[in-house]
Design a protein around this ligand. Sequence first.
Ligand SMILES: Nc1ncnc2c1ncn2[C@@H]1O[C@H](COP(=O)(O)OP(=O)(O)OP(=O)(O)O)[C@@H](O)[C@H]1O
Ligand SMILES: [Mg+2]
Length: 335
Amino acid sequence: MIILGIESSCDDTSAAILEDGKILSVVTHTQNEHIEFGGIIPEIASRAHLKYITAIIKQALTESNKTLEDIDAVGVTHGPGLVGPLLVGVNTAKGLSYSLSKPLIPVNHIEAHIFANFIEHDKEISTPFVVLVVSGGHTELIYVKELGHYELIGKTRDDAAGECIDKVSKMMGLGFPGGKIIDKLASKGDTKFHRFPRGMSDSLDFSFSGLKTSVKVFLEKHDQEFLKANINNIAASFLDSVTDSLAKKLLKAAEKYNCDTVLLAGGVSANSMLRSKLDKIVKSKKMKLFYPSPKYCTDNAAMVAMTAYKKFQLHPSQAGSALDVEAIPFLRLSE
Ligand SMILES: Nc1ncnc2c1ncn2[C@@H]1O[C@H](COP(=O)(O)OP(=O)(O)OP(=O)(O)O)[C@@H](O)[C@H]1O
Ligand SMILES: [Mg+2]
């Protein structure tokens, strides 16, 4: 079965071709139009998706040596996300599905982040597991008893971890988005340089706004020369706090729900400190930890194609007619 996956929920225009569970090509265009604003501007994002989406799909087909006529189904992110960007992907997918008379499989973006793990570990992952979805807009702990059944067991009460990282990066004058930059600086810094607070120790919920304020106060208290000299140490100490909270809650959730398999998903799961901390703990506890390769952590259509493929295998009847699929900005995982 050959699936064309399309992703356009935020600022990445992406298309991928998957054949029988194997990714043949994935082409992603990350919009740099937003850098000067330090955040995503929805109108600019929608227009950029429109400008690039056809070329991106064509390139994904060329790189996989397939043509549109080879496609058996189209999978598309239909939420959650920004409505304008979603409409571009959904309507492109609808047009293709309708004209090719092939089924259209609507995909939840967060489910796709989770299923990114199956691109490289399909045979190894078994349910039940707990997954930490940690991205630009989400920080959620989800208990997955079986594929397709999601129980939200913890979430952020304020900022998402990626949002906090991006805001701190901006405060430190490092640019947007900040995850990759702070990750790199932190790898050369000392985590013991300064102890920033860890939020919400008792529950499975997260909080990052106190940490964000604490970094702001720290930055205001010190002069530019000191901050410049210690930029790596500040990045390392800040990420130490973020990753401590994330790792601790994931393990707590696994224990509570009696799971020896845990997964990471979403852009922040590319973070090297988070991965190495969890790698060590999981090894000592004889648990199994999975995370996608960095290229599949941030938004991409390979994860959308994979989710569409799995959904089609599990519930062939859920593949809809092109005319039924809608863009749903606040789509929830269980819907
Ligand atoms: N190596 C890294 N370390 C830490 N954070 C990272 C890293 N790479 C990317 N990020 C962060 O990941 C986030 C982007 O992830 P993703 O593309 O999954 O988010 P999104 O699609 O904008 O949000 P959502 O998936 O919740 O709708 C950004 O906040 C970015 O800074
Ligand atoms: Mg995302």
